[in-house]
Design a protein around this ligand. Sequence first.
Ligand code: NAD
Length: 480
Amino acid sequence: MKIQNYINGKFEDPIKGGYIDNYNPSIGEIYGQIPNSSKEDVEKAFEAAANAFPSWSNTTLATRSKILSKIAELIKGKLDFLAEAESKDNGKPISLAKAIDIPRAAANFQFYANAITQFSSEAHESVGLNAVNFTLRQPIGVVGCISPWNLPLYLFTWKIAPAIAAGNCVVAKPSEITPMTAYLLGEICNEAGLPKGVLNIVHGLGTSTGQAIVEHPNIKAISFTGGTKTGAHIARVAAPMFKKLSLELGGKNPNIIFADCDYEKMLETTVRSSFANQGQICLCGSRILVEEKIYEKFKKDFIKKVSKLKVGNPSEENTDIGALVSREHLEKVKSYIDIAEQENAKILFGGNKVEIKNFENGYYLQPTIIEVADNNCRLNQEEVFGPVVTIMSFKTDEEALYLANDVKYGLSATIWTNNLNRTMQFSKQLHTGIVWVNTWLMRDLRTPFGGAKDSGVGREGGFEALRFFTEPKNVCISYE
Ligand code: NAD
């Protein structure tokens, strides 16, 4: 299947540059083509967005909200169709796409359909000076949204929904590895009555199409989710042009388990936080730190539970772990498993590719548990972004906190404990953007979402995203 760019409400071939192959990771075969868009396509998308902006930014909140709600409703109505497309494009289990990815994409639009009607700005009366100040929050204009492959429609819409709710027009690029549901979104937006040019979707490689969006002199804000290295590059390109930037980057998140936790709940959740979506979620707890007292028991129970996970064809409902997203990514993840020995680490479970009958060329890997001795090893310091977790023990709270923070990333952390004082001390002292206590990935879309340190700059979610996608202007009125 050949997909096209979505510009000014129409589906179009790239102006030049041709097409790139798109793979189905569950069988390791090409199943479609996507535009290899050039600067010219980005320019065309920009012009469509710039033309749509005066009218869209003056469209009432009630109308914007209604259109966003309609998009949400249409996504919900196409749940099975979109989930199948997502699973085929990404390799994720169909059950996950149905339960999480697609419902969340709908929720993103529904949430911002509501949020925009409640978004307000401040007024300050300058008492004694006969003046009043208020803040106008105006849409920025044309903004760029660039998203990764791990949660394709989920993260693509997490940017687009607040951007258009706030009155901006968008030039967006999904990952070239998982373009399908973004393509299908164009059709949905037309059906929902989104005016042409408000959203424009350009497909292609990061280094050309993505780069052209970031370099465009009149795309004044970039919302990016992806790898830390790409984020640093984007920051270097965008900084001299003084663009507004939101960067959601990589993670190496600690999952800290104390002996006083609710053990069964912890065990169940830890299997998910380690291996959901083949471990390809920026929030996965890839470093498991366990209090020494329960370390041996945890190790035994965890291995037993993980050994029961079914690796298999993503389109079968009972599959727990599908295919990794690409051959290159599979090789990268495997290369980390291969360094375990050099790092004095021990593979406790998994570590091998899996051959699925009739799907022999798919990119399957066993869930893998590696015991490490030293937090400074590469396995504990670098983002693997696959079905690989490390485990190590600690003795005291101080040691656990030190180990948790001793990494360049700072996206999220999970703590398992029933001790209130410890909960508060860790919540305050963990250098992360998110702390989960006795849970994992429980999301309330009103909360600020993002990372500290090398995990990014800025926050998405709730009113934070609406603030990012608007420019605050102070108006000071003097009166007699
Ligand atoms: P990536 O950085 O390779 O690509 C992300 C997007 O950026 C893609 O659309 C890509 O085409 C584009 N891109 C690449 N180079 C570009 C350039 N020079 N200019 C503009 N755009 C460019 O990341 P990925 O491999 O797709 O995704 C995995 C990474 O994303 C992991 O590191 C993961 O932790 C991170 N991630 C972070 C979050 C978060 O919320 N913090 C969420 C999901 C994924």
